[in-house]
Design a protein around this ligand. Structure first.
Ligand code: MN
Ligand code: MN
Length: 277
């Protein structure tokens, strides 16, 4: 048994890697259960318990060029963190895989991704203009990303304020609720997303708390992780970046293990889709 402080299949230098894993351990605006600042390292630790082979994609991870670049310094104001994330992301050309931290960090990453449709898996709309006076709260992430001029699609939603929903619907933002996915199956979304490039943001509270108990704001009636696996397997060829946020490491290591597994499956399927083109 070996456990180390970097993601288990990290095997390449930053400049050479096709996949760049990095943490942004920021949870200063977390409104309910704090602790997602500990998630990047907990996900890394959990990764050592996983096979470096994807059964579903029949792909060994050592064939992928992966760099775990460590964590971005999250001292100071959120504006300073945004600047640091941008500076860091300018230093590589591989696919970014960001580990939160709370959902706010997706905005810091999104600012450096252009011409992509932002597909956000989240129990919450995150469409508030501000929360407790803070426009960079985790409860405002989808709104901030949308305001950058991006197409936004929300999947797995089952919680919001009346104002948020009115805003989202008046803007024509596509929302697929957890009930939509349950009754119609995730596959019905596949031909509704026609973008050439997709950025995938996974707020882990999109899953049912039974599957992912370690999140900052748990919500009943959630998705099955296999739904997201099917989404990844279908769209991996188009996904140009992703983040996994809002994990608050749980004592049984269930939630951080799911996060690590999603990264492994994404990388494996992405490699297969790239080699088949
Ligand atoms: Mn969120
Ligand atoms: Mn959420």
């Amino acid at each position: 048994m070996h456990i180390d402080s970097f993601f288990a299949c990290s095997n390449s230098k930053l400049e050479e890697a096709d996949f760049i894993i990095f943490g942004i351990p920021y949870d200063a605006t977390q409104s309910f259960k704090p602790g997602s600042r500990f998630a990047p390292n907990a996900i890394r630790e959990a990764s050592w318990n996983l096979e470096d082979y994807s059964f579903f994609s029949r792909f060994p991870l050592y064939k992928a060029k992966i760099c775990d670049a460590g964590n971005v310094n999250t001292d100071g104001t959120f504006e300073e963190i945004i600047e640091r994330v941008s500076n860091f992301m300018r230093s590589f050309s591989g696919i970014p895989i960001a580990l939160g931290g709370e959902h706010s960090i997706s905005y810091a990453v999104a600012r450096n991704v252009s011409n992509a449709c932002f597909v956000i898996f989240d129990a919450h709309l995150d469409m508030r203009s501000d929360f407790d006076g803070n426009p960079y709260s985790h409860a405002c992430t989808a709104r901030r990303i949308y305001e950058l001029g991006n197409e936004v699609v929300l999947i797995g939603v089952r919680s919001c304020s009346e104002e948020e929903l009115e805003f989202a619907e008046s803007e024509g933002i596509e929302i697929y609720s957890a009930l939509d996915i349950l009754t119609r199956g995730i596959d019905f979304i596949f031909d509704k997303i026609n973008a050439e490039k997709i950025y995938l943001s996974v707020d882990m509270d999109v899953f049912d708390p039974a599957f992912a108990p370690g999140v900052s704001t748990p919500e009943p009636f959630g998705l099955n992780p296999l739904d997201l696996l099917r989404f990844i397997n279908n769209f991996s060829g188009k996904i140009v970046g992703m983040d996994i946020v809002e994990v608050v490491p749980d004592i049984e290591k269930v939630t951080q293990t799911l996060a690590a597994r999603l990264i492994v499956e994404f990388i494996a399927r992405k490699c297969i889709s790239s080699s088949s083109h």
